[in-house]
Design a protein around this ligand. Structure first.
Ligand code: UDP
Length: 326
């Protein structure tokens, strides 16, 4: 298939683009490099540098596009609390532009990169797709709003779409890993301490209603996540909007993650308790039974140790490269 991947220079988009190429698909990446990294664009993909607003018509008009995987988004909880306008315009606005362009050019298949943040503070854990959606931050609210738009486009215009609600994506795929300009995610930050780039890791709150008082998250390996996108794409159904959670099904507290990073790196990794971060729910753990049952998704890298080991190998490689470049 010929597929358009928006945000294909980002962490998740680039790994998925690589997996699509590996599976034999043709990939055209659109990225404006506002947060993406040119080095992450897989060789073998065609790159169109620009904003979706500016280039989507030209890319879809070239013809033969079988589907779109839409990753381009602002995706930081904390930033979304401080600058919601950016999130509404970039996430919702750009997604509507994309949906309308797909309609104009008769491109009928979509896989949408969504998030557990659509659920907010859950009543029940693990979280199923039928759980109420009450996002606690603008990031989650924008992604939920896009889901509503997608559902109605499927119903009215015959779009075939799948939204994948990711829990905490982590790990690396070979030489592609988390390398954000502004890093806010737990595992890469902890590993930066092990590399000596930071003195310590701040633990955002130790008074949450959890066993050790720190927040619990469900970490999913980036490559398992990529496999789910391929399954979703290959099974999309005209007129249907399917929604699946993607996690490993196990919850780890912030302190447990730090401890695993200590074990894997052999570094003491000093940690200090800091105030809670606004917008954080206490516990987010997925039930991924639906995608396993309906699409046969079979993740093979679910252990936290494996996730941290792959992230650590990537972090060290990145460190070596930037050292060599100096
Ligand atoms: N966290 C932390 N210190 C940090 C970064 C994150 O304690 O420097 C916590 C954060 O409050 C959350 C968990 O680690 O409970 C995972 O945060 P992350 O930003 O990685 O992902 P999110 O769950 O926000 O998508």
């Amino acid at each position: 298939m010929k597929l358009v991947v928006t945000g294909g220079a980002g962490y998740v988009g680039s790994v998925c683009a690589d997996a699509l190429l590996e599976a034999g698909h043709k990939v055209v990446i659109i990225d404006d490099f506002s947060t993406g990294n040119p080095d992450a664009v897989p060789s073998g993909a065609e790159l169109v540098a620009g904003t979706i607003d500016d280039v989507i018509d030209e890319v879809l008009a070239a013809g033969d596009v079988d589907g779109v995987l839409h990753f381009a988004a602002r995706s930081l909880v904390g930033e979304s609390m401080e600058d919601p306008a950016e999130y509404w315009h970039y996430n919702l606005g750009v997604s509507l532009t994309l949906l309308d362009a797909m309609r104009r050019h008769d491109v009928k298949s979509l896989v949408f990169s969504s998030t557990a943040a659509t659920y907010g503070e859950p009543d029940q854990v693990p979280i199923e797709e039928t759980a109420p959606t009450h996002p606690t931050n603008p990031y989650g609210a924008t992604k939920l709003a896009i889901d509503y738009a997608i559902t109605s486009y499927c119903n009215a215009y015959g779009l075939a779409a799948t939204s994948l609600r990711y829990f905490n994506v982590a790990g690396a795929h070979g030489s592609i890993g988390e390398n954000h300009k502004t890093e806010t995610h737990l595992i890469p930050l902890v590993l930066q301490v092990a590399m000596g780039y930071r003195d310590k890791i701040f633990v955002f709150g130790d008074d949450w209603p959890t066993q050790d008082g720190t927040c619990i998250r469900d970490y999913i390996h980036i490559r398992d996540l990529a496999d789910a996108h391929i399954l979703a794409l290959e099974s999309n159904v005209a007129g249907e909007h399917r929604i699946f959670n993607l996690g490993s099904g196990d919850g780890y507290s912030v302190l447990e993650v730090i401890e695993m990073c200590r074990e894997v790196t052999g570094h003491s990794i000093p940690a200090e308790v800091a105030p809670r971060r606004a917008g954080d729910p206490a516990v987010l753990v997925a039930s991924s039974e639906k995608i396993k049952r309906e699409l046969g998704w079979d993740p093979s890298r679910t252990e936290l140790r494996r996730i941290v080991e792959d992230a650590w190998a990537f972090t060290q490689e990145l460190g070596d490269k930037s050292h060599a470049a100096r």
